[in-house]
Design a binder for this molecule. Structure first.
Ligand code: GTP
Ligand code: MG
Length: 199
């Protein structure tokens, strides 16, 4: 899939403000700091489209980026920050849950997992919740440049093994790095194949 153009469109904190164009949406979610905004920048070919931060929990709104004047990349707020208030966590879950459970335009939710860690309950719990609720998901292991191939295989293998108890068929899986751009073409082709099927 060729990206001809990409631009930031808007940020919303309620569903009523989401675009009404009906264009398909591809959203990115995961723990704070996992690399959602960085991946969106790499996919769109624009270094500074989505804001990248060293402070976890920076993205608190639903951010829309319009690609090829035809579909959206959606940057969702990260889950699991330790440093924010309970109220903010509640606001997060109300907004994001509502988006994920009701947004008909959402054609794939990419769930990002940091490949440096052994399987974490928060990620497994979230992906199982999404699966149970019929949300179309794909799995993305990020920051692959930070580990050896051996660690990468061990952590991703264990993660997928943990999912097998709940999943008849495992979700599509990608390995990415924004440093060496691994996984970029694969994810864009995957989005392209979904768009083709929508017709
Ligand atoms: P929040 O919006 O706070 O939830 O974070 P996020 O998930 O959007 O993460 P973000 O893209 O802001 O990246 C967090 C940090 O990880 C930044 O310092 C990035 O430069 C770094 N990072 C992201 N992806 C990669 C990667 O593939 N490799 C390496 N080495 N660093 C990465
Ligand atoms: Mg972000």
């Amino acid at each position: 899939m060729l990206i001809r153009n990409a631009r930031y469109l808007l940020s919303v904190n309620d569903l009523e403000s989401c675009p009404r164009t009906g264009f398909p949406e591809y959203a990115f979610i995961g723990r704070s700091n996992v690399g959602k905004s960085s991946l969106i920048n790499i996919l769109s070919g624009s270094k500074s489209l989505a804001k990248i931060s060293s402070t976890p929990g920076k993205t608190k709104l639903i951010n829309y980026f319009l690609v090829n004047d035809a579909w959206y990349l959606v940057d969702l707020p990260g889950y699991g920050w330790a440093a924010v208030s309970k109220q903010l966590k509640n606001d997060w879950s109300v907004l994001v849950r509502k988006y994920l459970l009701t947004r008909k335009e959402l054609h794939c939710l990419f769930i990002l997992v940091d490949c440096r860690h052994e399987p974490q309950e928060i990620d497994l719990g979230f992906i199982n919740w999404a699966g149970r609720n019929g949300i179309p998901v794909a799995l993305v292991f990020t920051k692959a440049d930070k580990v050896t191939l051996q660690v990468l295989n061990k952590n991703t293998g264990r993660f997928l093994d943990s999912l097998k108890a709940d999943w008849q068929e495992l979700p599509e899986t990608f390995i990415t790095s924004v440093i060496d751009r691994r996984g970029k073409a694969e994810i864009l082709d995957y989005i392209g194949s979904i768009i083709k099927n929508i017709g």
